[in-house]
Design a protein around this ligand. Structure first.
Ligand SMILES: Nc1nc2c(c(=O)[nH]1)N[C@H]1C(S)=C(S)[C@@H](COP(=O)(O)OP(=O)(O)OC[C@H]3O[C@@H](n4cnc5c(=O)[nH]c(N)nc54)[C@H](O)[C@@H]3O)O[C@H]1N2
Ligand SMILES: Nc1nc2c(c(=O)[nH]1)N[C@H]1C(S)=C(S)[C@@H](COP(=O)(O)OP(=O)(O)OC[C@H]3O[C@@H](n4cnc5c(=O)[nH]c(N)nc54)[C@H](O)[C@@H]3O)O[C@H]1N2
Ligand code: SF4
Ligand SMILES: [Mo]
Length: 748
């Protein structure tokens, strides 16, 4: 049972229980505040929540003071509507009709569910090998480390997440520059905002934290308020981020950012505005790169990116006159392109070029990294360190994306080839905790793949037709406020999160589901025999395996709650860690890359037969690469730009959010709408070279989209934009082209 420390002052002021009070043992009729955090945008770190609870029911949510992120956006405030939605799955369900048609389900007990899962998975293991069972999550972060522990213990290295459409490409691009060492790559992967008084220029690159991460938006503001940071925003749309920050806004043609970054580099080198010392000592392949950059003159680049040459000149001048350090700020969604890795490498190479790597005001690498992370727990808990090396050769993604597979030490499969894995017989069954079959381009091929697997079991809050019509069994999952969760970490501050209300129906936490399944599969010793203590057992094991002197215990964290415990640094924070031998396993100066330096030409790529330079290639479909196709499909695709009231496929059913966009919307500029004789509010059909039937959505005419492009959010089952996007993947990372490609819009 759980104690709610920190509730005492509030309890006193409301005349309720005095400490210690028990979470589920509060006296009937009493009210008290309990502390948790929000996961409505699947994010980490999450915003803090203070909940007024009475009789096991949350009455009200407020922001939580003393927590690093304490805002509550519209989605956060609506999380009680999610928690108490009558459509939630409350019991284990077994399908009684054929997959691929609307589900007919029978209620079964947890014992029956676990026995059947064990029989199916162990049967496949015996007949075909454990690696034929796929373990996956979508965007939810909380099941991940326990699911890895389950997959690797069972004997399958094939555990993947939505990160193979998200964070992992930014991380891979950075690994190709500074080497595969995980802490360095994750520290740098999506860039960072400016440090007031130190950073000279912040380039916000295809990122709109105004909508996608309100908490980091505040961080950007402090730089602006200092008056000492210039901002360049690169985005095809006029976003709140562009509107509020940009000294220069480059409204670029989607998918051409690589050319822009190479042009910036060329201009900096030509104007002698780069860090020659750094290049001389720490750069590898610089001459090849410098030579290649000269192709990207202002005129040529303005033409490629379809932006006015004067605006481009202005941005280049800012970089030269303001000087360094600079920072780039991006987000996981950026490399949604067929040339995504190389475009992003070109961007991230501006950091070392300008001497902005691991210096105050530039992009920093974590100090004394701890072996633990809020999405993944510890590698020891996930058992990846111990078990993965022996399972690695059984990964099913290596034959398609060897660079991805070879640089991944974490055990995260590239999921985008699921249809191929199933067709080849490489994958036969799946456990999916929080997945969404509309995540990928040509989603129906993934639905078909789940349908064709011998056995698929999903765990979710809801029964979503677009995913669960293709599974055999559905397990009810406890929501954020109903379960313990991975520890939340801000820097080195560790926050505990335990349940603040009891789960609905028979819902169980993802941790417990993994422990219960692990036990049913015959690994009771590794999963503490499952059961209600699973959450606590998982947390204890994660804490036990943190590789620091005296890691905090669960009791320590409970005593400190709602405050965190900070794991202190042993020494001083350091800059330029590459000079100090802090980035390599062997303790030598330099980086973990093959050359030991920052690779402007990547030796890993060269070895795999790719061009080692961050080459710019046109999108597979574009007005330039496929002019014939563009005659019929002249508009450029921009899908999935985040809206502030929905997360991916979630939340459409919540009244407080649905009011803002009750149905699928596609946005066009006034000129493009007029050219097609379309009026605001028309129902329109959007078609593409890979889908001439298309999808239907409501037209919104707006000046926020770039002329000649569309803007449409993803995750609508009735108009799934992924059905008009091609399965052309970046050959290095395997990433889909969500933010490029061609389409046409006409009256429906
Ligand atoms: N409300 C809400 N918040 C979310 C999410 C959500 O679904 N809803 N999802 C979360 C997740 S998983 C992620 S990955 C993050 C993503 O966070 P962001 O990266 O901020 O998300 P996006 O809005 O997809 O993309 C940002 C901007 O990139 C621009 N863009 C599109 N194509 C290009 C291009 O080719 N070049 C350039 N330079 N810009 C381009 C878009 O116009 C958009 O304004 O958001 C997270 N936060
Ligand atoms: N066209 C297009 N497609 C995209 C993108 C784009 O920009 N454009 N973005 C891509 C990106 S960056 C991402 S991250 C993915 C989104 O990744 P998805 O996995 O598609 O994200 P969600 O729609 O949030 O789906 C999560 C599912 O898990 C359930 N769920 C939520 N939390 C939990 C939990 O804690 N436990 C369990 N068991 N279930 C849970 C939800 O009910 C939902 O059914 O989409 C990708 N697809
Ligand atoms: S930004 Fe909104 S949805 Fe995301 S964690 Fe914060 S309150 Fe929740
Ligand atoms: Mo994402």
């Amino acid at each position: 049972m759980l104690s709610i420390a920190g509730a005492s002052t509030i309890a006193a002021s409301t005349g309720a229980l005095s400490l210690p009070s028990l979470a589920f043992g509060a006296e009937e009729g009493s009210e008290e505040f309990r502390y948790s955090h929000c996961v409505m945008c699947n994010h980490g770190p999450h915003c803090g929540v203070k909940a007024l609870v009475k009789d096991n029911k949350i009455l009200r949510l407020e922001k939580r003071d003393g927590y690093n992120n304490n805002l509550l956006c519209a989605k956060g405030l609506s999380s009680t509507q999610d928690l108490y939605d009558p459509a939630r799955v409350l019991y284990p369900l077994r399908r009684v009709n054929a997959k691929g048609s609307p589900g007919e389900w029978e209620r079964i007990t947890w014992d029956e569910a676990l026995a059947e899962i064990a029989e199916k998975f162990n049967g496949i293991k015996e007949k075909h090998g454990a690696e034929k069972v796929l373990f996956m999550t979508g965007d939810p972060k909380e099941p991940r480390s326990a699911l890895q522990r389950l997959a690797f213990t069972f004997g399958s290295p094939n555990m993947g997440t939505e990160s193979s459409t998200c964070f992992k490409a930014t991380e891979l691009a950075v690994k190709l520059i500074v080497g595969p060492e995980w802490h360095t790559a994750t520290s740098l992967a999506t860039g960072a905002g400016p440090t007031p008084g130190k950073t000279k220029v912040c380039i916000i690159w295809g990122n709109n934290p105004g909508w996608s991460a309100p908490f980091s938006y505040n961080g950007l503001k402090t730089g602006q308020e200092s008056g000492q940071v210039k901002y360049i925003v690169v985005d095809p749309r006029i976003t709140p981020t562009a509107q509020n920050f940009a000294d220069v806004h480059l409204q670029i043609r989607p998918g051409t950012d690589g050319a822009l970054a190479l042009c910036f580099a060329n201009y900096l080198i030509e104007h002698d505005a780069y860090d020659k010392d750094f290049i001389e000592n720490w750069a590898h392949g610089f001459e090849e790169y410098r030579e290649y950059c000269t192709e990207f003159t202002l005129e040529k680049t303005a033409e490629i990116c379809d932006i006015p040459v004067e605006t481009l000149q202005k941005a280049c001048d800012i970089l030269v006159t303001e000087g360094s350090p600079i920072v780039c700020k991006s987000a996981a969604a950026f490399p949604h392109h067929t040339n995504g890795i190389n475009n992003y490498r070109a961007i991230m190479l501006l950091i070392p070029l300008t001497g902005s790597l691991d210096v105050p005001g530039g992009l920093s690498i974590e100090n004394e990294p701890i072996n633990f992370d809020e999405w993944w727990g510890t590698f020891e808990f996930a058992r990846s360190k111990e078990l993965l090396p022996e399972l690695d050769h059984l990964r099913v993604d290596r034959q398609y994306f060897p660079v991805w597979a070879d640089t991944d030490q974490q055990g995260s499969l590239q999921l985008n080839k699921i249809p191929e894995y199933v067709e080849n017989g490489d994958i036969r069954a799946c456990l999916m905790l929080g997945g969404n079959a509309m995540m990928w381009p040509q989603s129906h091929e993934y639905q078909e793949a789940f349908k064709n697997m011998e056995f698929v079991v999903a765990g979710d809050f809801y029964n979503n037709a677009w995913t669960h019509d293709y599974v055999d069994m559905l397990l009810p999952v406890a929501m954020s406020f109903e379960r313990a969760a991975p520890l939340t970490i801000f820097g080195r501050k560790v926050f505990l999160r335990e349940p603040i209300v009891e789960p609905a129906g028979e819902a169980r936490s993802d941790y417990r589901i993994c422990c219960d399944i692990g036990t049913a599969l015959g690994f009771g010793d590794v999963f503490w025999n499952g059961g209600p203590e699973s959450d606590e057992n998982c947390l204890r094991e994660i804490l036990r395996t943190i590789d620091v002197e005296n890691p905090p215990t669960l009791e320590d964290l409970r005593a400190a709650h709602p405050d965190p415990i900070e794991i202190p640094l042993k020494g001083e924070a350091q800059s330029k860690k590459y000079e100090l031998g802090l980035l390599r396993d062997d303790g030598q100066p330099g980086f973990s890359s093959p050359s030991g330096k920052v690779e402007f030409a990547s030796e890993i790529l060269r070895e795999h037969g790719f061009d080692p330079l961050p080459v710019f290639n046109e999108p597979v479909y574009s007005p330039v690469s496929t002019p014939d196709v563009a005659k019929d499909y002249p508009l450029v695709m921009n899908s999935g730009s985040r809206v502030p009231y929905y997360t991916h496929s979630k939340e459409r059913h919540l009244p407080w959010l649905n009011q803002f966009m009750p149905e699928p919307v596609v946005r066009l500029s006034k000129a493009d709408a007029e050219e097609r004789g379309l009026a605001d509010g028309d129902m329109v059909r959007i078609t593409s070279p890979v889908n001439d039937e298309g999808i239907v959505a409501k037209l919104e005419i707006t000046n926020i989209v770039r002329p000649k492009t569309i803007d449409m959010f993803h995750g609508w089952h009735q108009a799934n934009v992924n059905e008009i996007i091609s399965r052309d993947f970046d050959p290095i990372s395997g990433f889909p082209p969500f933010k490029e490609g061609l389409c046409q819009v006409a009256k429906a």
